[in-house]
Design a protein around this ligand. Structure first.
Ligand SMILES: Cc1cc2nc3c(=O)[nH]c(=O)nc-3n(C[C@H](O)[C@H](O)[C@H](O)COP(=O)(O)OP(=O)(O)OC[C@H]3O[C@@H](n4cnc5c(N)ncnc54)[C@H](O)[C@@H]3O)c2cc1C
Length: 408
């Protein structure tokens, strides 16, 4: 391994492995080159080359973007080698290429963690730049709410350290607008939280229980104590409520199986790594936020569409997520009760299922779950923060070096 960026082009022995993002939906895209970056200079040089040659360029952290935005036929800036995780003066200092499993393991050694997502190979950078929902989120907020500083290479090559008191506009915009908009983040500094022993629960019901559980979950989960994060997953065969915290009223819904135990937080996290894998092929997923419970008729319609290979995921919001004003950071979705995600290899069903409940939704969409099919995507992702974000885009990336469908 050298200390400078390594250019991996077609024909290189590592090309086929390195070019692949996480989602098979985008495995057909063949970059002209992947630049493996080991330090900030490597990123600066890759951006300079793109500027001078007019080549499309995109940063990649964990490669998990649902819309394939970290894939391009041009140049991929692969930040994977920049994956250091350390604790300095009580702050978590994390390289932008780190994956969540590395972040949790690195912080757990210090008895610390972050409110962040479940997928172990998801990148901390992509997750944070779009918000970051996870099992500690109702208690501690978004991953981006814990961000205290970041280092960014701007499209013009300038390296900027931003925080609340340094380049505050950029720091504001980085917290929730989604990745790849203003520059390439190379380092993230977070205020971590204690990694405490936590109650883990998995409650299951047969598929026939879906209606009752969903009706109750909509009322209980978004208003639960901050310590409880109860996610709901429904497929044709079964209903699962799982998460962290004391499940409280959810146990009164008479689950068929109930697994409740207390364990170190990092073990709890790992135990949910593989829940709900729909298999190795491409899947389509669409989601929206909701501010009100679905009426009974909508619940009936939603559940009637389920069949093997189709899945509905419900994520609770509320709690600390909603105690931050919508304009305090770029993440505008601070009044939502829950999110519904429709997932299947059967894209037609995903569209039908999404459309079936769309008129009950708030019209807002989580920037980390981008959806190429939205009519007005920028309003859906950014709400009242859109105008300010467009100004920052024009300021920091006037030539639109970082560009993708639905970018600011
Ligand atoms: C299996 C799976 C599990 C998930 N679980 C969760 C979850 O529990 N909670 C949750 O909130 N979300 C979750 N997500 C969504 C996830 O937050 C987004 O997909 C996120 O954007 C992934 O970040 P990444 O770095 O892995 O992806 P990438 O595809 O590498 O990046 C995503 C976007 O950010 C940009 N980007 C990446 N790195 C940088 C950088 N250093 N500087 C600037 N821009 C950058 C990319 O260009 C791209 O536009 C999950 C997604 C998947 C596929």
């Amino acid at each position: 391994m050298t200390d400078s960026g390594e250019v991996v082009a077609p024909g290189h022995p590592d090309y086929e492995r390195l070019r692949l993002p996480a989602l098979p939906n985008y495995h057909h895209i063949r970059p002209r080159a992947i630049v493996r970056c080991f330090n900030t200079d490597d990123v600066t040089q890759a951006l300079a080359h793109a500027r001078e040659s007019g080549t499309h360029i995109t940063p990649r952290g964990g490669g998990h973007c649902f819309a394939g935005r970290s894939s391009t036929n041009g140049i991929v800036i692969d930040l994977t080698p920049m994956n250091d995780v350390s604790v300095q003066d009580g702050m978590a200092v994390i390289g932008a290429g780190a994956r969540l499993a590395e972040v949790y393991a690195g912080l757990d050694r210090h008895g610390l963690t972050l409110p962040a997502g479940c997928g172990p190979a998801v990148g901390i950078a992509g997750l944070t730049l779009g918000g970051g929902l996870g099992l500690l989120g109702r208690r501690h907020g978004l991953t981006s709410d814990r961000l205290r500083a970041a280092q960014v290479v701007l499209p013009d090559g300038a390296v900027v350290d931003c925080a609340a008191d340094r380049e505050p506009g950029l720091f504001w915009a980085l917290r929730g607008a989604g990745g790849g908009q203003f520059g390439v983040v190379t380092k993230l500094v977070f205020d971590p939280v204690p990694a405490e022993r936590t109650t883990r629960f998995v409650l299951t019901w047969p598929g026939t229980g879906a209606r009752d559980v969903l009706r109750a979950w909509q009322e209980i989960a978004p208003d639960a104590p901050d310590e409880l994060s109860a996610n709901l997953k429904i497929d044709a065969q079964r209903v699962i409520v799982f998460g962290a915290g004391e499940p409280g009223d959810l146990v009164d819904l008479a689950p068929a199986t109930s697994d409740i135990s207390t364990m170190p937080y990092h073990e709890l996290k790992q135990s949910f790594d593989d829940l709900g894998d729909l298999g190795p092929g491409p899947v389509t997923s669409r989601s929206e936020f909701f501010r009100r419970s679905l009426p009974d008729q909508a619940v009936t319609t939603l559940l009637a569409g389920l069949a093997p290979g189709r899945e509905l995921n419900f994520t609770p919001m509320g709690g600390a997520y909603n105690r931050v004003p919508a304009t305090a950071t770029a993440f505008a979705h601070r009044a939502e009760r829950f999110m519904i995600e429709h997932v299947s290899a059967d894209a037609d069903w995903v569209h039908r299922s999404w459309a079936g409940v769309h008129h009950h939704a708030s019209g807002r969409v989580y920037p980390n779950f981008p959806d190429p099919h939205l009519d007005d995507p920028l309003t859906a992702y950014h709400g009242e923060n859109l105008a300010r974000l467009k100004d920052f885009k024009a300021h920091y990336d006037p030539t639109r070096l970082l560009n993708f469908p639905q970018s600011l």
